[in-house]
Design a protein around this ligand. Structure first.
Ligand code: 2OP
Length: 313
């Protein structure tokens, strides 16, 4: 029996990265390496979180470092580095600045953790995941991004409030770009199997869909950044990988023929386990849903074609 614990590295230990580390440690999912270029920050987070585990009795080792060589031995590297959105910015506004940072990080992962999987969080996440896949040369199953997990959490939250029921009774699906063109799918979103389109008026559904698309900007305008919702979504994805739970989640995965789409990373439902993306689940979209999805795919493809360091098809 293999008794060794798994190792998750988090690159970028600002507010979101440290909130993810808190969840991974509290849930005793894996040992942690926290990597950041800011001197002292990851070391301080590691010490603080390590001391926290003494109250919980959680057995995880947490080490902070300013050196990429400490990625060595990682089973999964979570990339949160780069710039975040400021009030009024779209995710795509970050592309130019984050491209250089993420390309450099991808190269370090290949150098020091060539066997790891990569979970991308940095925005625009669909394009940054594509970039990382191309730069790393890893199989596409090993490179994926967080997006749909968070978007479905938000969709669930608004549906649950409109129906007056627990979020635990709601299943929700969001596909497409993690951005303004995202496609929440009301027909596939249910209260224990009953589509919300049977339970809410078209006006209520439209309002919830729009709020789901815009709510990250809403939170950023109010408190400067989104932290707890993304951190929990990311922790759930980490758990599915590290414990090989094979959860079916909405996430940024590469399409190579699925949905009739090729060579793009975009949000779709997929099965996530110890080897990464096991398979993409194809939903039977109607004409309207397919048109919205393809339009959103085009937004991502156009953005990817503007990357400077790789040529997207
Ligand atoms: C979010 O959706 C900003 O992409 C980040 O919370």
């Amino acid at each position: 029996m293999d008794l060794s614990r798994k190792l998750v590295s988090i690159i970028g230990t600002g507010k979101l990265g440290s909130a993810v580390a808190l969840q991974v440690a509290s849930r005793e999912i894996a040992d942690l390496r926290l990597i950041d270029i800011i001197k002292g920050l990851p070391q301080g987070e590691a010490l603080d979180l390590g001391q926290m585990t003494a109250e919980q009795g959680a057995d995880v080792d947490i080490i902070g470092s300013n050196e990429y060589k400490d990625l060595s031995g990682s089973d999964l590297v979570v990339v949160i580095g780069g710039l975040g959105r400021k009030p009024g910015m779209t995710r795509l506004d970050l592309q130019d600045k984050n491209e250089e940072i993420i390309r450099g990080i991808a190269e370090k992962i290949v150098e020091y953790a060539p066997k790891s999987l990569i979970l991308m969080v940095t925005n625009p996440v669909d394009v940054m995941t594509y970039l990382t896949w191309r730069v790393s040369g890893f199989d596409a199953s090993r490179v994926f991004g967080q997006s749909g997990m968070l978007d479905t959490m938000r969709f669930k939250y608004f549906i649950s409030r409109a129906l007056g029921v627990s979020t635990s009774s709601i299943q929700a699906v969001v596909i497409g770009e993690h951005g303004d063109s995202m496609v929440p799918l009301p027909r596939f979103s249910t209260l224990n199997g009953v589509p919300i389109t049977d339970l809410l008026s078209p006006g209520q559904v439209a309002e919830i869909v729009e709020r789901t698309r815009k709510t990250a900007a809403e939170v950023i305008a109010l408190k400067g950044a989104t932290i707890y919702a993304p951190a929990h979504g990311i922790a759930r994805m980490i758990e599915s990988v590290i414990k090989d739970k094979r959860m079916a989640l909405c996430m940024t995965a590469r399409l190579n023929g699925e949905y009739g789409v090729h060579d793009v990373y975009v949000d779709v439902p997929a099965v996530l386990g110890a080897r990464g993306v096991d398979r993409v689940i194809e939903l039977k979209l109607n004409d309207e849903e397919r048109a919205a999805f393809l339009k959103s795919v085009d937004v991502v493809k156009t953005a990817a074609s503007q990357l400077k360091s790789v040529k997207a098809s």
